[in-house]
Write a protein that binds this ligand. Structure first.
Ligand SMILES: Nc1ncnc2c1ncn2[C@@H]1O[C@H](COP(=O)(O)OP(=O)(O)OP(=O)(O)O)[C@@H](O)[C@H]1O
Ligand SMILES: [Mg+2]
Length: 876
C-alpha cells in the first residue's frame, strides 16, 4: 500500500540517483560499487547476497499461501456476502450470519485449494526454465540464474537476453534494447557506453540515458558489458511489478466476467429494496421484511462464481502441468480453448529443435571443407543470440573435426556485425598476421546481393548471369532435399580497420553453401490434423524461404502450399492482408514485425489467434497474439512474453491444452448461464409471492439454507463432463446469448413456482386460514422443497445440449452432489430437524403433486432446449 501511494515520489528519487550515477566515469562507478572489470570474488558476492537479497521482484516469485488465500477473498460477490453477514450479525440474526459465513468459507476455501495447488505445480515447473545471465566473477564468466545477480556484478549482454537488473554500461556494440515494458515505447532504443551529454533530449528521463539499462527490458540486437547498480525491488521494474499497472490488460474473458458481475449486482440492488418495501408495506412487519430482503440478496448473489471460474482455470493449469506444460497466466488456458487459428514458426516448433549440418558444398555443389571452416569461424566468434544453426555448425565441427586443425592459432577476432532479421546476414571479422577476413553467412537471396565473385575450384571468378543461375540451382537442390540452407561468403585483404558496419558488406566472394537437416517433429502431422479436426487452422510464419517451408509443410500435412512472402505482406493494406491471410497457410521471408502484423490483422478481423515460436524474432508476434506459446529452449525474452511454455517436445499436448481450455470455458459458462437465469426466475417468483401472500413465502433462514444446499450442489461443476459438440469447436467469449437465455428460461421457472404457490394455497388449503402459523409453515416447507428440487435437478438438464439429458449424464461428482442436495433438503423437512427451521408438516398428498410440477418443469425445459439448440445451433 505504502509503495503504491508513494510510487511516483519513489520513482523520482530513483531517477535522480540513477541520472547521477550515469554521469560517473567508468573508474568512478566501479570504485563507487567496490568492484572491478574482472568481477567480484565469491566472498564479496556472499556478503552482498545477504545484504541485498535475491534479485527478484514480487510478481515473479510464487505467492505464499496467505496471499493466495487473501486473493481468493478479493471478489465483489464475496464482499456483498460479507457485508450481508455483518449486517445480520449486528442485527442479532446469528443463524443467518452463520449460514452466510459457511457459504463464504466454502467458496473461498475451494478456490484457494485449487489455485494454491496449481500455483505450486507451475512454480515447480518454472524452476526448470530459470532465466540465466552471463556474469563475470573472479575473472571467470559463467551463466548464472538471474536471481543470483548482486550490485557490483559484471554482466555480459547479448541479443535476446533479458537485462537482469538496473545496470551501467561499460562497453557496447550496436546495442539496441526494447524498453516498452517500462516506457510503453515500442521502438528499439540504442544504448551506448560512451555518450555525449549534449545528445540527451531536453527533458530526458532516466530511460533516455544511453549508458543505463533496466530490469524488465531486453536486448534486441548487439551486445554489451555492464555493471549492476540495483537489484530486486530496488530496480525500477520492482516498483512497477508491485503497482497494479504492470498487470497485463484484461482479456475478453475478464471483461466479459466483469460485465456479468456488474449486471448481477445491479439486478440485486434494484430488486432487493423493492422486495423489502413490498413485504414491509403488505405485512407491516418491517424487521421480518428486512431479514427476508437480506436473504433474497444472498440468493441473488452468485457467490460461487469466482470459485467456479478460478477453480476451473486452476484445475486446467494443474492438468496441463502434469503434462509438462507451464501455464504462466491462468487465463491463457481459456484463450487457448478459444483460438481458431494457430500460427507457428517453423524451426524448433513444428520441426525438431535439433538442427544438424548435413552438407558443406561449394558453388557447384561439391563437398568443400573450406566452406565449413568459414562457417565455423563465423558461428564461433559471433556473440549474439546463438540460434540452432550456429549451434549445429559448432557441434558438427567439435564432433567431427579437430578445432585446431580448423582455426590457425594466431587468429584473433576484430569485429562483428550482429545478425538481424531484415538483413538476414551475420558477419564476423578476424585477423591472421597482417590479413583481415570478413566472413558473412546468411539467407541465399540476401547473400547474393552482396557477392560480386564466386569461388570456383579455388579461383575467384566474377559473378556472371550463368553463374548466378548455377547458384540458384545448387540452393534449390539442397532445399528440395529438405535442407535449410545458408550461403557463406568472405572478403580478404580489406583495409585494416577496427570497426565494421553493414555498409562494409559488399564485394564479397561467395564460397558455398551449408545444408542443415531440420526434420519435422514426429508427431507434428498428427497434432496438426487433430487441431484441424477441432476447428483450429494451422499456419506457418517463417523467416525462411518458400521451397524449404513448402517441403516441411508437406511433411506435416499442410496441403495448401501457396506462399505469401514478407515483401508482399508489406504491399498489402490491412483489408487486403486479412483476405490474403484467409487463403494462405504459408508465409515466408518474414521479419519479426511482419509476423506481428499478420497476427494483429487476423485479430482485428474477429479471430482469436495463438502463436507458437521459439526465437527472439518471435517475441513481437507472441506479444500480439491472444495466447503466446513457446518451447523450453526458446530465448529468455520469448519465454517471458509467452503465456504457455511446452516442456515436452511433443505437439500433441497442444491438443490437450485446447480441449482443457474449452472444458474450462464450457463449465464456467454453464454455471454462469444457469445461475443468472435461475436467479432471475427466483427473483420474479419472490416478487409475485410477496405481492399476493399475506405472509412471507419463506423465512429468511429457510431461504438462506436453501441457497447453501444449492451452492453445495453447484460446487461440483468444475469437475463435470462437457458435451463433445461443445469441445469440437473453438469457444470464443460469447456472452451475448446470455440475455436471451435469461429472459427465456428465467420466467419458465417462475411459472412453475407460481403453480406450486397456487397448489399450496388452494389445493392444500393454506388460503383457508392464512393467519395459521401451522399452515404458513406448511406453505414455506412446500415452497422450499419445490425450489430446491427444481434447481438441483435442472442443473442436470441445463448442463448438456442433448435431449433427453440423461443420454449424456453428468460426471459422478455432479450426480453425487445433486443427490446429496435432494437428500439434505428432504431430511430438513421430513425429520424433526424441521422444528429448528420452523418448517410445517407436509401432508402425504403434497409429494405426488410436487413431483408432477417438477416433472412438468423439467419436460418444458427439455422441449425449449431442443428448440433453442435447433434455432441457434449453440447451447450454453
Ligand atoms: N545465425 C545465422 N547466421 C546467418 N544467417 C541466419 C542465421 N540465422 C538465421 N539466418 C537466416 O535468416 C533467416 C531467417 O531466420 P530464422 O530462420 O531464424 O527465422 P524464423 O522466422 O525464426 O524461421 P524459422 O521458422 O525457420 O524458425 C534464415 O532462414 C536464415 O537464412
Ligand atoms: Mg525461428
Amino acid at each position: 500500500m505504502f509503495i503504491k501511494k508513494n510510487h511516483t515520489a519513489l520513482a523520482a528519487a530513483k531517477q535522480t540517483e540513477l541520472k547521477q550515477l550515469s554521469g560517473y566515469s567508468q573508474e568512478q562507478i566501479l570504485a563507487q560499487l567496490h568492484t572491478r572489470l574482472s568481477g567480484l570474488d565469491e566472498a564479496e558476492v556472499g556478503k552482498r547476497q545477504l545484504q541485498y537479497g535475491e534479485n527478484t521482484v514480487q510478481s515473479q516469485s510464487a505467492l505464499p499461501a496467505y496471499r493466495v488465500l487473501l486473493a481468493a477473498f478479493n471478489d465483489p460477490f464475496v464482499y456483498v456476502l460479507l457485508f450481508l453477514m455483518i449486517v445480520s450479525a449486528l442485527t442479532n440474526d446469528r443463524d443467518g450470519a452463520i449460514v452466510m459465513a459457511i457459504m463464504i468459507l466454502l467458496s473461498v476455501l475451494i478456490r484457494f485449494t485449487q489455485e494454491y495447488r496449481s500455483q505450486k505445480a507451475s512454480a515447480a515447473l518454472t524452476k526448470l526454465i530459470q532465466n540465466t545471465t552471463a556474469v563475470t566473477r573472479d575473472g571467470i564468466t559463467r551463466e548464472l540464474p538471474m536471481d543470483a545477480v548482486v550490485p557490483g556484478d559484471i554482466v555480459t549482454l547479448s541479443t535476446g537476453d533479458m537485462i537482469p537488473a538496473d545496470a551501467y554500461l561499460l562497453k557496447t556494440k550496436d546495442l539496441f534494447v526494447n524498453q516498452s515494458s517500462l516506457t510503453g515505447e515500442a521502438m528499439p532504443v540504442e544504448k551506448k557506453a560512451d555518450y555525449d551529454t549534449a545528445e540527451l533530449p531536453q527533458e530526458a528521463t532516466a530511460f533516455d540515458y544511453p549508458n543505463l539499462v533496466y530490469m524488465g527490458t531486453d536486448v534486441l540486437s548487439g551486445s554489451g558489458v555492464a555493471v549492476i547498480l540495483k537489484t530486486g525491488s530496488a530496480t525500477f521494474f520492482g516498483d512497477i511489478a508491485e503497482s497494479a499497472s504492470a498487470v497485463q490488460g484484461p482479456s475478453n474473458f475478464d471483461t466479459g466476467m466483469r460485465r456479468i458481475s456488474r449486471f448481477l449486482i445491479t439486478m440485486m440492488m434494484i430488486l432487493v429494496p423493492i422486495v423489502f418495501l413490498i413485504n414491509g408495506l403488505t405485512k407491516r412487519d418491517w424487521t421480518q421484511a428486512f431479514f427476508f430482503a437480506i436473504a433474497v440478496a444472498v440468493g441473488l448473489t452468485p457467490e460461487m462464481l469466482p470459485m467456479i471460474v478460478n477453480s476451473n482455470l486452476a484445475k486446467g493449469a494443474l492438468a496441463m502441468a502434469k503434462k509438462k506444460v507451464i501455464v504462466k497466466q491462468l487465463h491463457a488456458i481459456q484463450n487457448l480453448g478459444a483460438i481458431d487459428t494457430l500460427f507457428t514458426d517453423k524451426t524448433g516448433t513444428i520441426t525438431e529443435d535439433r538442427v544438424v549440418v548435413m552438407r558443406y558444398v561449394d558453388a557447384l555443389g561439391e563437398k568443400d571443407d573450406s566452406v565449413l571452416r568459414l562457417a565455423y569461424m563465423n558461428s564461433n566468434y559471433q556473440t549474439g543470440w546463438r540460434n540452432l544453426m550456429d549451434q549445429a555448425v559448432i557441434d558438427y565441427v567439435e564432433k567431427h573435426k579437430s578445432e585446431r586443425q580448423l582455426l590457425p592459432g594466431t587468429l584473433t577476432k576484430v569485429d562483428e556485425i550482429p545478425f538481424d532479421f531484415d538483413r538476414r546476414r551475420l558477419t564476423v571479422v578476424v585477423q591472421n598476421d597482417d590479413h583481415q577476413w570478413m566472413i558473412t553467412k546468411g539467407a541465399f537471396e540476401e547473400m547474393i546481393q552482396v557477392s560480386d565473385y564466386v569461388l570456383i575450384d579455388g579461383q575467384v571468378t566474377p559473378m556472371t548471369g550463368a553463374l548466378h543461375d548455377r547458384l540458384v540451382q545448387t540452393n534449390e537442390q539442397l532445399n528440395q532435399s529438405g535442407m535449410r540452407v545458408l550461403a557463406v561468403a568472405y572478403r580478404q585483404d580489406v583495409h585494416t580497420q577496427n570497426v565494421y558496419t553493414i555498409a562494409d558488406e559488399h564485394n564479397m566472394i561467395l564460397a558455398g553453401f551449408l545444408g542443415f537437416l531440420d526434420p519435422a517433429k514426429p508427431d507434428a502431422k498428427e497434432a496438426i490434423s487433430l487441431l484441424n479436426d477441432h476447428g483450429v487452422r494451422v499456419k506457418v510464419l517463417t523467416g525462411d524461404n518458400a521451397i524449404i517451408t513448402q517441403h516441411v509443410a508437406t511433411q506435416v500435412g499442410i496441403t495448401n502450399t501457396a506462399v505469401l512472402a514478407g515483401n508482399d505482406v508489406d504491399d498489402l493494406d490491412d483489408q487486403a492482408l486479412a483476405k490474403a491471410v484467409a487463403t494462405h497457410d504459408l508465409f515466408v521471408k518474414l521479419n519479426p514485425l511482419q509476423k506481428a502484423r499478420i497476427i494483429s490483422v487476423m485479430k482485428g478481423h474477429g479471430h482469436t489467434v495463438g502463436f507458437m515460436g521459439d526465437g527472439i524474432n518471435d517475441a513481437p508476434a507472441l506479444r500480439q497474439a491472444d495466447v503466446g506459446i513457446s518451447v523450453e529452449n526458446a530465448a529468455d525474452i520469448t519465454k517471458e512474453v509467452s503465456g504457455i511454455i511446452l516442456l515436452e517436445k511433443s505437439l500433441l499436448v497442444l491438443e490437450d491444452g485446447i480441449l482443457e481450455g474449452r472444458r474450462v470455458y464450457a463449465n464456467a459458462m454453464k454455471y454462469i448461464k444457469m445461475t443468472v437465469s435461475s436467479n432471475f426466475g427466483n427473483a420474479l417468483s419472490v416478487l409475485i409471492a410477496s405481492i399476493f401472500l399475506p405472509f412471507l413465502p419463506m423465512l429468511s433462514i429457510q431461504l438462506l439454507v436453501q441457497n447453501l444446499i444449492y451452492d453445495t450442489a453447484q460446487m461440483a461443476i468444475p469437475w463435470d463432463n462437457v458435451d463433445p459438440e461443445t469441445l469440437a469447436q473453438p469457444t470464443p467469449w460469447r456472452a451475448e446469448g446470455l440475455f436471451r437465455y435469461t429472459v427465456l428460461f428465467g420466467p419458465v421457472s417462475s411459472v412453475f413456482d407460481v403453480l406450486t404457490f397456487l397448489f399450496l394455497w388452494f389445493g392444500l388449503g393454506v388460503g383457508n386460514d392464512p393467519s395459521s402459523l401451522a399452515l404458513q409453515g406448511m406453505f414455506q416447507a412446500g415452497w422450499f422443497i419445490e425450489g430446491l428440487f427444481t434447481q438441483a435437478l435442472i442443473v442436470n438438464v441445463f448442463r448438456t445440449r442433448h435431449v433427453p439429458s440423461f443420454k449424456t449424464p453428468a460426471s459422478a461428482v455432479v450426480l453425487l452432489a445433486t443427490g446429496l442436495a435432494l437428500a439434505i433438503g428432504g431430511l430438513l423437512v421430513l425429520t424433526p430437524l424441521r422444528v429448528a427451521f420452523d418448517f410445517g408438516t407436509l401432508p402425504g398428498q403434497f409429494w405426488p403433486w410436487v413431483l408432477l410440477i417438477i416433472g412438468g418443469y423439467v419436460l418444458t425445459v427439455e422441449a425449449m432446449k431442443a428448440v433453442y439448440v435447433k434455432r441457434t445451433g449453440t447451447w450454453l
